[in-house]
Ligand binder design. Structure first.
Ligand code: ZN
Length: 340
């Protein structure tokens, strides 16, 4: 009951802005389209990716959202913040399959505590700033050569939170001007640099790319010199209204190299297999996405079941496509494209 009242309170602000302040709808117009719809126009992108693949037929990357120091002991959420937290699943997979690679979208100073869409609480005391001394051991781990062999740390906002509006709290960049976006991204980058991690890619939280701020984020990104960015799924971000970027090949959006998004760990193993076959046929990039948080409403957070699903996926790839599918991070691809 209290939750419902809370939600109604925030929803009121959203509805008011929608009707009286021309708030652009970006959450409630999601079309049920298939990610392969409209892919045939990306012939140049396919040719370039084939060049990247060389003797391989396809490539695969696992992507994980929201790595930060929350660990279930210092927060109600477990975002992989210590070795015994959800990070243990990834560690175990890396040990079992030393060739597996992941890109981890990480937040250097996450500022929300709750996980509800409208009820996220703002934490202003830098409790989860990765430079805090209590995270030293964890930082040593994620910046170690061993860990980096399998995993790339990529930037996923500075706070993963915005204070400009009372709704859409996790869309950090949706309402920010270009300068504010630039400051936030630069700060995020430099925090990682302080702990010797050089981030070369960026994905905005919840794909809020600035429909309500003249695309300040896109303009800022043009000055950030990232090797790659991730600007949307089949029906969000830059693909919200039209298909602007491919969902199976790296493609350019206003001079920014965009990495595609296609599969989710919410899919059953049978569906994953079928989609993997489809993407291999197209010589595309298989991107399998999950979250660090367990029981997240999206249903793709780490748990025993998700772990087993990934084991089955990798075993399937090894049996059917041995030496035909290349294991990569987004960073590996971005580096190659930059040199072209
Ligand atoms: Zn996120």
């Amino acid at each position: 009951m209290v939750n419902k009242l809370f939600l109604l309170y925030f929803k009121t602000f959203e509805l008011y802005d929608r009707y009286f302040k021309k708030l652009k709808p970006i959450m409630w117009q999601k079309k049920p389209i298939h990610y392969l719809e409209g892919e045939d126009k990306f012939t140049f992108e396919k040719a370039l990716f084939l060049k990247y693949l060389g003797s391989y037929k396809s490539a695969i990357v696992f992507i994980w959202d929201d790595l930060c120091p929350k660990n279930g002991k210092n927060s109600i959420l477990d975002n992989g913040g210590i070795s015994s937290s959800n990070l243990k699943y990834l560690d175990s997979l890396n040990k079992r399959f030393p060739f597996m690679k992941s890109t981890l979208f990480s937040i250097p100073n996450v500022s929300f505590e709750g996980c509800g869409y409208y009820s996220s609480d703002w934490i202003s005391n830098n409790k989860f700033d990765i430079r805090n001394v209590e995270y030293e051991f964890w930082i040593k781990k994620i910046s170690s050569k061993q860990f980096q062999k399998n995993n790339e740390i990529s930037l996923h906002g500075l706070h993963h939170f915005q204070k400009e509006k009372k709704y859409w709290p996790q869309m950090e960049y949706e309402f920010k001007t270009k300068d504010k976006c630039l400051n936030s991204i630069m700060e995020g980058k430099s925090i990682f640099k302080e702990i010797n991690i050089n981030v070369t890619g960026f994905c905005p939280p919840v794909f809020g790319i600035g429909y309500n701020s003249n695309f300040g984020l896109i303009e800022a990104l043009k000055e950030c010199n990232f090797d790659y960015v991730c600007l949307g799924t089949k029906n969000s971000g830059v693909n919200l209204f039209n298909k602007n970027v491919s969902c199976v090949y790296p493609s350019y959006y206003q001079s920014l190299l965009n990495m595609p998004q296609n599969l989710s760990l919410t899919l059953s193993f049978e569906d994953l297999k079928k989609n993997i076959d489809d993407i291999v046929k197209l010589n595309g990039l298989i991107v399998i996405k999950g979250h660090f948080v367990q029981n997240w409403r999206l249903g793709d957070g780490w748990n025993d079941e998700i772990y087993k699903k990934i084991v089955k996926v990798i075993e399937y790839l090894e049996n059917k496509y041995f030496n035909k599918v290349k294991y990569v991070t987004f960073g590996d691809i971005g580096k190659w494209y930059k040199k072209q």
